[in-house]
Design a protein around this ligand. Structure first.
Ligand SMILES: Cc1ncc(COP(=O)(O)O)c(C=O)c1O
Length: 506
């Protein structure tokens, strides 16, 4: 259980009382100390084959215990989730879907996948859930090709009176491939907080689609729905994508769905970052993408607090094509990870997860307020989700790269992030992104997040730009060792009150 005992309500399941609605924990299976016994034994077994890896696993735990984790895309999964991945389910090949596999002997994997999909469907209220994607990028790739198959390939086959792509003539096949490769997508720009997988050139999605972006209003930093509608009318994309990795506000998905419908676009939402807030019913109504989108993708390891992986949710209309994810773009499913997804989703279906999701948002607001009160400039002026984007150039005269490094010296781990029209570009950046899912799992609450805001502000105020040659560096910085030491001590003090995996002693 990641959370400290002082804040058990936010924790993934560790107590015997926190039973899954689908499969109650047998009495006595989880007792105090089980995690320590399990991991000590596992590490001994691993050390028998490669002692260095056993050592690195222990080192990583120590490193994570030393740092205040404010990376918005990370979390701490429960030992139950982590342990569900370390077993022989990994050894089975199971291309296909439950009941329709390319390999014999998949009866157990069928049960695993069916249970995980059932939990996902129930949790999010989706018509269909596909739990095979190995990551968020894979979930998006499945979604894009499912939409292309549904909107471009299927009508083409019908018009050609062909039942299958193999039935097409070589000329028709070449023609269809050209059509598949020339579709338009409209998504959020990278510097406004969009994601590389939403049609940007370095990612395969940028090579597949003619992509255009909508940004945010220059003055408010908020999404401008009228501008999105104008662009959609002008470009008439096949797919309108919503979702972000660094936008600190809620999105009106009902409005976005209407914009998509008005131009005949498929509406897809990538909720990788905020799936935990949807699962915990903090984002509801117009802010819940599932009732409004044709296809919703997510990662499972961010605010949802599961294993590394992805999920695609879809309306019944897209089910047939989404189910072809493997082998269309995915290799054989990772049965051990699907098992861990089922465990995490079962945890997310418990009422305590709703409290956790609400605490993530309350903590983000406390962090934002704490930083603002100390004079920092935040994009959009604050947050109403799980993340805060701090403009470190305007606030402290630093690049994101300098701020990220200085904060690490003070025991705070973050990541640098572009801001709209970033003068420092995507590598050095002018912002840092701060997220609260991980610290909330540990049990920190508003008072502690104000303390975190003070550690951040004090450290960055004391950080100055180093000179390289004749000019200012965008990477090097100066920070008095005593300030860094004080920051590390304060971070360590917080972590000692809210330890990571407190019942785990290796
Ligand atoms: C919005 C969004 N989509 C997709 C991804 C990709 O997820 P993964 O790293 O699991 O492939 C991320 C990860 O950063 C993300 O933030």
């Amino acid at each position: 259980m990641p959370a400290s005992s002082a804040a058990a309500s936010s924790a993934p399941a560790s107590s015997a009382s926190a039973a899954s609605p689908a499969s109650p924990q047998p009495e006595g299976v989880r007792s105090e100390g089980n995690e320590t016994i399990a991991y000590r034994a596992a590490l001994q077994v691993i050390a028998g084959s490669e002692p260095s890896i056993a050592q690195f696993i222990v080192e990583e735990l120590a490193a994570q215990r030393r740092q205040l984790k404010l990376i918005a895309s990370e979390n701490y999964a429960s030992p139950a989730v982590l342990l569900a991945m370390g077993n022989w389910l990994s050894d089975k090949y199971a291309e296909g879907v439950p009941g329709r596999r390319m390999y014999a002997g998949c009866e157990v994997v069928d049960k695993v996948e069916t249970l995980a999909a059932e939990h996902a469907r129930e949790l999010f209220g989706a018509e269909f859930a596909y739990v095979q994607p190995h990551s968020g990028i894979d979930a998006n790739l499945v979604a894009y090709w499912a939409i292309l198959a549904n909107r471009v390939e299927a009508p083409y086959l019908e018009a050609a009176s062909a039942g299958h792509v193999n039935d097409l003539t070589d000329e028709d096949w070449a023609d269809l491939r050209r059509k598949l490769g020339s579709q338009r997508m409209l998504g959020m720009s990278l510097d406004a907080g969009g994601h590389l997988t939403h049609g940007f050139r370095p990612n395969i999605s940028g090579k597949m689609f003619e992509q255009s972006s909508y940004g945010v209003d220059a003055a408010s930093g908020l999404l401008d729905y009228d501008e999105v509608a104008r662009l959609a009318r002008e470009l008439r994309p096949l797919i309108l994508v919503a979702g972000y990795s660094a936008y600190p506000r809620r999105i009106d998905f009902a409005r976005m769905a209407q914009i998509a419908a008005d131009v005949g676009a498929t509406f897809m939402v990538d909720m990788a970052h905020f799936a935990g807030l949807v699962a915990g019913k903090v984002l509801t109504g117009d802010h819940d993408p599932v009732p409004h989108a044709d296809v919703v993708t997510t990662t499972t390891h961010k605010s949802l607090r599961g294993p590394r992986g992805g999920i695609v949710l879809a309306t019944a209309a897209y089910r047939e094509q989404v189910e072809r994810g493997c082998p269309m773009v995915l290799g054989g499913p990772l049965a051990h990870v699907m098992a861990a997804k089922a465990v995490a989703l079962a945890e997310a279906r418990r009422p305590a997860f709703g409290d956790y999701a609400q605490a993530i948002v309350d903590n983000a607001r406390a962090l934002a307020d704490g930083l603002s009160r100390r004079g920092a400039r935040l994009l959009t002026g604050g947050t109403d989700n799980h993340l805060v984007v701090l403009d470190v150039a305007a606030s402290y005269g630093l690049t994101g790269r300098q701020a990220e490094s200085a904060l690490l010296d003070a025991g705070v781990v973050t990541n640098r992030n572009s801001i709209p029209a970033d003068p420092n570009g995507a590598w050095y950046t002018s912002g840092i992104r701060l997220g609260t899912p991980a610290l909330t799992t540990l049990g920190l609450r508003a008072a502690e997040l104000d303390e975190v805001a003070d550690i951040i502000d004090t450290t960055l105020r004391a950080t100055t730009v180093a000179t390289v040659g004749t000019g200012p560096s965008r990477a090097r910085y100066e920070l008095d060792g005593s300030v860094a030491d004080a920051g590390r001590r304060r971070s360590a003090e917080l972590l000692s009150r809210f330890p990571l995996y407190p019942e785990l002693q290796l």
